[in-house]
Design a protein around this ligand. Structure first.
Ligand code: AMP
Length: 449
C-alpha cells in the first residue's frame, strides 16, 4: 500500500488539512487536488519509478505534487529553495529526474538538460487546477522507492538517499504513537518542506494523524506564538535556532500557551541552557529528538516522563539504536562515547548509484550515523559531536568541503579552510579562513558573496 493510502486512513472530509495565510484546505479538497496533480504528472509523461524534482516555494502546489507522486509511485526529490542553477544541475543530472518544477528565475538556465523544466508559479497553479483528476492506485508495493533525498558526508558531493514507502511509514508511525498525535491536533508549521524535519516529522506526521497543519510562510517568532495562542495550536516543532529566537523576544511580551501540548526540537543540538530558559519563560519543557535523512527520527525524549536537557532520549517504537565502540566494534559501556548506529524498518535502501558509499554506511547491517554519543546511567542517549565534518547552522547542514571548493574558485584565493564555530543563535556559524595568492587583496564581503 502506498504511504499516501496509509495516511488517508484517518482523513475526515470536512476537517482542515492545511491552513495558510490565504486559504483553508479541507481533506476533501486536498484529496481532489492530489488527484488532479496526479493527472497533471501523468499528462507530463511521468509514471511509476520516474523522478520528479520539486524546488518550489512553500505553497500547497508543492504538497499536492509530492502527495500525488506518492500516490502513483513517482519518486519525489524535494530541493532547497536557495539552490542556484549550478547546484540544481547537479541534482537533476545525478538523479536522472525526468521532470523538475523549479523557481521561475532558475528555469531559463536549465533548458539544455534532459530533464523537462517547468517554472513554479501562477501558470503551474492554473495547470494543476485545470488537470483531469486521476484515480490513485490502491496497490503499491511497500518496497517501492518513494523519495530520493540528497545528503552528504564529508566526501565530496551530496548523495541521493533512497527511501521506500515503508521507510516513510516507519519514520512517522513510531512518532505517531510516541508523541500521541490525534486528529484534533493543530501544528503550527514553519519548517522547510524540502527537509526531513519539515516534510516527514511535521507534515507527514500531521497527515498521518488527520490533523491540521497551520503553515507559516516563514518563521517569525512572535507570530508563531500568536498563532499557537490564538489559532488553536497544539503542537510546535522547531530547530534549536527557532527556540533561541523565541528566547530573544523582548522580555515584557507574554503569551498564554496553555492549549499547546508539545514543543519539539531537533536537526541540531538544543543547548541545555535554552531548554531550561524556555521552560522558565514559556512554561513548557521542550521534547528533543534525534534523526537523520537516512533513518528518519529514531531517538526521542519521553512524552510522559522526564525530558532531559542535553539528551535525545530513547529509541522510538520500532527502531534499534545503539552506541558502538569505534575501535572494537562492540557495544559501548554506559557513559562511554562511541558511534550511534541504527537498524530497523526506517533505515534507507542506499545512495543512488553509489554502491561503495552505501556499503560503508550500512556495514554490518547498521546505519553508521557518524554521530558520537553515549548512553547515560538511566538509558538516555546523548549526542556529543560528529565524527564527520559537517557544520549545522540554523538546523541546516553545511559541508565545509563544498564551501571551500566555492572559495577556491576565486582567482585571488590560494587556500581555504572552513569550520563551524559555536553561535548562540544559529547553533553554529560558518567561518572561513583563506590564504590569498601572492600580493592579492580581497575584501571579506567579496568572499561572503
Ligand atoms: P539531516 O540528515 O539533515 O537530518 O541531518 C542529520 C544530522 O543532524 C545528524 O546526523 C546529527 O548530526 C544532526 N542532528 C539531528 N538531530 C540532532 C540532535 N537532536 N542533536 C544533535 N544533532 C542532531
Amino acid at each position: 500500500m502506498s504511504w499516501l493510502q496509509r495516511m488517508r486512513a484517518c482523513w475526515r472530509e470536512e476537517h482542515p488539512a492545511i491552513v495558510t495565510d490565504e486559504e483553508r484546505i479541507s481533506y476533501a479538497e486536498l484529496t481532489q487536488r492530489i488527484r488532479r496533480a496526479a493527472g497533471w504528472l501523468g499528462a507530463m509523461g511521468l509514471s511509476r519509478g520516474d523522478v520528479v524534482a520539486l524546488q518550489m516555494p512553500r505553497t500547497p502546489a508543492f504538497l499536492e505534487l509530492h502527495l500525488a507522486a506518492l500516490g502513483t509511485g513517482v519518486v519525489t526529490l524535494p530541493l532547497n529553495e536557495t539552490y542556484p542553477p549550478r547546484e540544481l544541475r547537479y541534482y537533476l543530472e545525478d538523479s536522472g529526474a525526468r521532470l523538475a518544477v523549479v523557481l521561475a528565475d532558475n528555469a531559463p538556465e536549465l533548458r539544455d538538460l534532459d530533464t523537462r523544466i517547468v517554472p513554479a508559479g501562477p501558470g503551474l497553479r492554473a495547470e494543476l487546477d485545470a488537470a483531469d483528476p486521476m484515480d490513485l492506485p490502491d496497490a503499491l508495493d511497500d518496497d517501492t522507492i518513494a523519495m530520493v533525498l540528497y545528503t552528504s558526508g564529508t566526501t565530496g558531493r551530496p548523495k541521493g538517499a533512497l527511501l521506500t514507502h515503508d521507510n516513510l511509514r516507519a519514520c512517522v508511525e513510531g512518532l505517531h504513537q510516541a508523541w500521541r498525535w490525534s486528529q484534533d491536533d493543530v501544528i503550527v508549521h514553519a519548517l522547510p518542506l524540502f527537509h526531513v524535519h519539515g516534510l516527514f516529522v511535521a507534515q507527514h506526521g500531521a497527515l498521518r494523524a488527520g490533523a491540521t497543519a497551520r503553515w507559516m510562510s516563514r518563521f517569525d517568532p512572535a507570530r508563531a506564538l500568536d498563532l499557537l495562542q490564538n489559532d488553536g495550536g497544539t503542537v510546535f516543532m522547531g530547530v534549536p535556532t527557532f527556540y533561541s529566537r523565541f528566547l530573544a523576544l523582548p522580555g515584557d511580551r507574554r503569551w498564554t500557551l496553555d492549549g499547546v501540548r508539545l514543543f519539539t526540537s531537533g536537526s541540531a543540538p538544543l543547548p541545555a541552557r535554552d531548554h531550561q530558559a524556555f521552560e522558565a519563560r514559556f512554561g513548557h519543557r521542550i521534547l528533543e529528538r534525534y534523526g537523520m535523512t537516512e533513518v528518519g527520527i529514531v531517538l526521542t525524549n519521553p512524552y510522559e516522563g522526564e525530558r532531559r536537557p542535553g539528551a535525545v532520549g530513547f529509541p522510538v517504537p520500532g527502531a534499534d539504536v545503539r552506541v558502538f565502540d569505534v575501535q572494537t566494534g562492540q557495544p559501548a559501556e554506559p557513559d562511554q562515547v562511541g558511534e550511534v548506529r541504527i537498524s530497523g524498518p526506517s533505515v534507507f535502501q542506499g545512495y543512488l548509484g553509489r554502491p561503495d558509499a552505501t556499503a560503508a554506511a550500512l556495514e554490518g547491517g547498521w546505519m553508521h550515523s557518524g554521530d558520537l554519543g553515549f548512553v547515560d546511567g538511566d538509558g538516555y542517549i546523548h549526542i556529543v559531536g560528529r565524527s564527520k565534518d559537517m557544520v549545522l547552522s540554523g538546523g541546516l547542514n553545511v559541508y565545509p568541503s563544498e564551501v571551500e571548493a566555492s572559495l577556491l574558485e576565486h582567482p585571488a584565493v590560494s587556500a581555504a579552510a572552513v569550520v563551524g564555530v559555536a553561535d548562540p543563535d544559529l547553533g553554529e556559524r560558518v567561518v572561513a579562513s583563506v590564504v590569498t595568492a601572492m600580493g592579492a587583496v580581497v575584501q571579506p564581503d567579496e568572499m561572503r558573496a
